[in-house]
Design a binder for this molecule. Structure first.
Ligand code: PNS
Length: 167
């Protein structure tokens, strides 16, 4: 059984992430989406909120599991019997950082390989930070995230429902 881990902050999960999850789930027998808890970055959504949103958008997929992790990604892979890390690549600008992480992970765990899925072009520009930025100012995020989680994101990041610029 080929098990892969798709790691990330998912703060929040976007349609681009979901596209990678669905495609990876058809390639591997089991896909574990690993939500990083101990990130150096401060997150807008708590680990539980991020996991919960992922479960709402991807929980129905039969061979996909959503879990938290702390510490090193390769340790999480080993604990879950995964030999592959899946990452999404959007643009050349992603490459240098992803390449460095893939090489580091391979250096510290040569039994775990990284596989890159290139983005579907319509999501090339999309990131969690873009979603947060648009939502914070009351913009329309319906093209960026699944409808199941749209309201939760909006009410957390734009709680008063006021349009930017209004007093
Ligand atoms: O969505 P992100 O924030 O780009 O995801 C980054 C993530 C979670 C893949 C990366 O930060 C990670 O793997 N963190 C765990 C610590 C680790 O193992 N680092 C790799 C050695 S460089």
């Amino acid at each position: 059984m080929k098990i892969a881990v798709y790691p990330g902050s998912f703060d929040p999960v976007t349609l681009g992430h979901l596209d990678v999850i669905k495609r990876a789930a058809t390639i591997f027998d089991k896909l574990i989406v690993g939500v990083l808890v101990n990130s150096a970055k401060t997150s807008a959504f708590s680990p539980n909120e991020r996991v919960d949103m992922l479960r709402r958008v991807a929980g129905e997929l039969e061979n996909v599991e959503i879990r938290h992790f702390n510490g090193l990604l390769v340790d999480f892979c080993r604990e879950n019997g995964a030999s592959v890390i899946v990452k999404g690549l959007r643009a050349v600008s992603d490459f240098e950082y992803e390449f460095q992480m893939a090489l580091t992970n391979r250096k510290i765990a040569n039994d775990v390989d990284t596989v890159f899925l290139t983005t579907t072009p319509e999501y090339m520009y999309l990131s969690s930070s873009i979603v947060r930025e648009v939502a914070r100012y009351g913009g329309d995020i319906s093209d960026f995230v699944s409808s199941e989680i749209e309201d939760e994101i909006k009410s957390k990041l734009f709680p008063r429902g006021e349009k930017a610029g209004e007093m």
